[in-house]
Design a protein around this ligand. Sequence first.
Ligand SMILES: [Zn+2]
Length: 392
Amino acid sequence: ACIICGRSFSKSIKKLQQASYPLVTKIKSLSGVRSYKDGKFYSLKEYFDNFCPMCYLVGIIEWTDKGIIYRTMPGEKSILFLPQSDNLLELRRFKETYHPLLNTNHRYHNIKVKRESEETENTYGSFSTLLCFYEKFFSYTKRNDKVRNSWAMIDIPFGPVKNIKLNNIEISSSILQIIKKLSEEKINIYKEIIESFLFFNDNPKGAPINWELTGEIRENISEAILTDNFRFFAKNLLPRKGGHVGVYLRDVMQKDVKKNLEELIYLWRLKNMGLNEKQLETIKSAGRTIAAASKSHRSLLYKLDKVKDKTDLLDALRQISRRIAGLKPEEKKKYKGFIYSPALEDIVSLIEQHERDEKFIEDLKNILIIFSCVEFSRIEYLEEKKEGEENE
Ligand SMILES: [Zn+2]
């Protein structure tokens, strides 16, 4: 009898394998009913031949589903993204809505750069691919098209298929709203924010950009957004051994990139913190000041990152103030346009006002890290260009 449908059949066509049923695996938890029979667990090996031609056909037809999003890293793994829903009709509608955004002829990745083009996005990993998908979804679908937030992400390693990983993820509606809002403001979260981040090597003699780490960071910050983990987002922007994170700094684009990022942070956190326009400017200004203070004293940024409460935060800011006060005249000249000490004082009084609000303190810390890390790489750039944006 066939192990899938139970029908008896005379001649098997092919062994049950992943080409026809992607979740075929020896891992019991992923094999469902197929690995369980007569109260005993079986490994799938014993089932290899008990697979009827009809089920083979049905299995193969799965792959003609135009709604499968995939990303293959040759020699490493493939990731499949399957939307989930209890309602098959809704699932079908959702897939129909987005399948024009996919180019299933492409071998390794199938999210189109633009709806009308055949070119596809070369994303780094699973979360960046999913975030990229939502960018396209909100840019190209109509207002009343229903979006779904529940996915099965399946990692299929190359070679002998043993360790398939299934990751179920649900994106919160507040995060989807942010991506949608950005899209309405013509800001593409993947193309114009995530892909703007780079990891620069400190040693200018070697290659300027570490692409491997750049990919990892883009993947991590995509994960941070989709899982609504603001802390993880901030943490990934900190300088590391041998280099630092920066955003793409290209003449005309430069300002846009920063603005887009600021808008993301505004929608994600600042908007709900009850701050006025002036306080928002203060935070940005403090970010520039902290960047200048930690340029050759990265420990100041690491200290800020380790802040656990209000007292720690005030302490970290005090150290930054001391560093600013101790700058030599040539350093002051170098960081002109970045340093504005009163901003730090204003931050201190902001902290005093919200001293009982732990979430506020934690969010403020992370925002200061994000803004200062982005400014950190601008300092060098502007120094080279001999131009500065005034910080006052
Ligand atoms: Zn069958």
